[in-house]
Design a protein around this ligand. Structure first.
Ligand SMILES: *[C@@H]1O[C@H](CO)[C@@H](O)[C@H](O)[C@H]1NC(C)=O
Ligand SMILES: *[C@@H]1O[C@H](CO)[C@@H](O)[C@H](O)[C@H]1NC(C)=O
Length: 294
């Protein structure tokens, strides 16, 4: 134990000076402001008939005024999704379903995926720089629902006269929501304002993707304790997280972690050194009382 601490101290002392930069903690009102989005992300796991009727139990009941517009997917080859309007927030909400964590972890760690250029689908991503690449499976999952999601968002913006669109998702749903956050602004008026709230987000793309997201997407991605999903696929494979991390520490503190893949021990990269340090049970939350699932 002493040896480990001593070595850790040495490692931290060299070559960079020991950092005492403080990671700021989010206040209670900020943490509570995420809660409607947490329930929306969780409702992404509910079948399309349930979300279209907004009759899905706890997840729906916690956003009671919601007006669904469209839903789809089959929960197998195509993840569930739904789009609707929330009068209390005056925002269009777009949500995508996640997936079984252990199945998902093996997909992300078995190496049977490649980084693919996002704009090789020039209909979905016109004009996006060639350098931007994402995980092939996430790219396919987003493409499967892209046109239907866009049509529902356009319908909702017109019907409810709002220009605010918020994307949410947990796990695989978070990855799809993040690619949607790059996709939708390419097809909607410049006056549209976007926000993205993701939970248990894996790494989605390369450095150019992360930089593009930092410059163009208003992203918050919240991860919980020792969840291993946010540290895969590994950085050594060329994957990079965009900024916007919030890490729920074991103490219950919600740490706001600046930059991409912040390696502070208060953030997920520093807290979970490798997937064996992780605990998949932490993936579903709870996120301020919300456990993801339907
Ligand atoms: C992590 O956060 C600290 C504290 O705010 C900051 O000084 C540091 O630059 C961040 N690291 C990265 C990689 O962004
Ligand atoms: C999260 O992981 C920690 C460490 O393994 C464990 O003690 C805790 O019970 C987990 N929390 C949940 C909600 O599963």
């Amino acid at each position: 134990m002493f040896l480990t601490l001593a070595l850790a101290g040495l490692a931290a002392a060299s070559p960079a000076p020991l950092r005492r930069d403080s990671i700021s903690a989010l206040g209670t009102s900020t943490i509570n402001s995420f809660t409607p989005y947490s329930y929306f992300a969780s409702a992404g796991y509910c079948a399309p008939a349930a979300t279209l009727a907004w009759n899905c139990g706890t997840n729906c009941d916690n956003n009671p005024g919601f007006k669904p517009i469209a839903s789809g997917g089959n929960g197998d080859s195509v993840q569930y999704w739904y789009v609707g309007y929330d009068p209390a927030l005056n925002e269009i909400i777009v949500a995508h379903q996640g997936t079984n964590p252990s199945k998902f972890e093996s997909l992300l760690t078995d190496g049977e995926f490649v980084l693919e250029q996002l704009n090789d689908n020039s209909i979905l991503f016109p004009g996006l720089p060639d350098s931007i690449e994402t995980h092939d499976g996430f790219k396919k999952a987003q493409a499967d629902t892209a046109a239907d999601v866009l049509a529902a968002v356009q319908e909702g913006m017109s019907q409810y006269s709002t220009n605010a669109v918020t994307l949410v998702g947990h796990s695989l749903g978070a990855a799809i929501a993040l690619i949607d956050s790059v996709y939708l602004p390419l097809h909607l008026p410049a006056s549209t304002s976007f926000k993205t709230y993701n939970y248990g987000l894996p790494r989605v793309g390369n450095q150019a993707f992360a930089d593009y997201v930092d410059a163009n997407v208003h992203l918050t991605h919240i991860n919980n304790e020792e969840d291993p999903i946010p540290i895969v696929p590994g950085r050594f494979l060329g994957f990079v997280h965009p900024a916007g991390e919030v890490h729920i520490e074991d103490s219950g503190k919600w740490a706001s972690c600046p930059g991409q893949d912040n390696d502070s021990g208060e953030c997920i990269v520093g807290d979970v050194g490798n997937i064996f340090d992780g605990d998949l049970d932490n993936h579903s939350g709870p996120y301020n009382g919300v456990t993801m699932g339907c």
